[in-house]
Write a protein that binds this ligand. Sequence first.
Ligand code: ATP
Ligand code: MG
Ligand code: MG
Length: 350
Amino acid sequence: GQTIGILGGGQLGRMLAVAASRLGLHCHVYDPAEGGPAAEVAARATCAAWDDEAALRAFAEAVDVVTYEFENVPAESLDLIEAIVPIRPNRRALAVSQDRLDEKDFLRDLGLATAPYATVDDAASLDAALERIGTPAILKTRRFGYDGKGQARIMAASDAAAALAEMNGAPAILEGFVEFSHEVSVIGARGTGGAVACFDPGENRHEGGILRETTVPARLSAAQRTDAVLLAAKILTELDYVGVLGVELFVTASGLVVNEIAPRVHNSGHWTQDGCLIDQFEQHIRAVAGWPLGDGARHSDVVMENLIGDDVDRIPEIAGTQAAIHLYGKAEARAGRKMGHVNRLTGPAR
Ligand code: ATP
Ligand code: MG
Ligand code: MG
């Protein structure tokens, strides 16, 4: 059978490897950290640095297609891999979602609503950005941010200097604060033949910048639901995308505003494991392996709860309830670390 190469060895890679294995495919994980969540379940794993050319070449030669769960693989490493084997989703999809400025420009050029934004490199450009956008606003590093890291809120102009200092000199973007009622996300997929399938939007609740809970169905009107799915399809098609993509949205009085996109399976799509016949992990593997997409129709209403840090201590209690448990096999339950999640079915799909 085919062998799928996965760059990155965290929980997303682990769940992709499990899905691939169920389809009779082999996985080869490449990750600089030894014995991570994905390496443990994959048929093969390479533990080497992102810039180890010999290891990257041997990895690329051993697989039929490469996908990724980690978005910050250096461009030169991807060049080396791509000379040997296709990378799905493609490089442009990755580049656009790696940099918040490129991402916002891309979305704006597609005609999609985003927060007002401006690029910030120093105190002068921050002043100019605040002049135009006003407060409250959020300063974010353009690259490498996740789980709310690399962000500083600016409630009044007097917060500007402290916020800029938090960027540690990294290129940044100022975003106007979007007045939203709630947050939702769409997990969409596109196959090699151009077919698109989207899962039902889920409603996301964050705590301390980290996703805490996703509920399906989300509170959306039929029109909003259609808008969400259509805009995800537009993004997928414009990027000539192959694989699963996560699109985070703010629900506002004037419509849906795109927050960010993730070129991979997404934490807010974990509910699909127990709410759909074909989940986001199988859908991604089907797409990158060149198979037809599966039917992502939702059969149940679901609440997905992330287990963060010592939340995992509740597993013995949770195990006695009707909840599907997904643990990532991480040894140490550090604060803020995603250790697993549980899906609870709340009834047949409404
Ligand atoms: P993730 O872990 O989802 O990749 P991240 O670190 O990339 O998170 P964002 O998604 O940009 O961060 O922001 C985290 C959260 O902060 C959002 O889900 C939202 O609740 C809030 N937020 C971010 N940007 C804005 C904005 N412009 N207006 C209002 N709230 C925002
Ligand atoms: Mg993000
Ligand atoms: Mg986000």
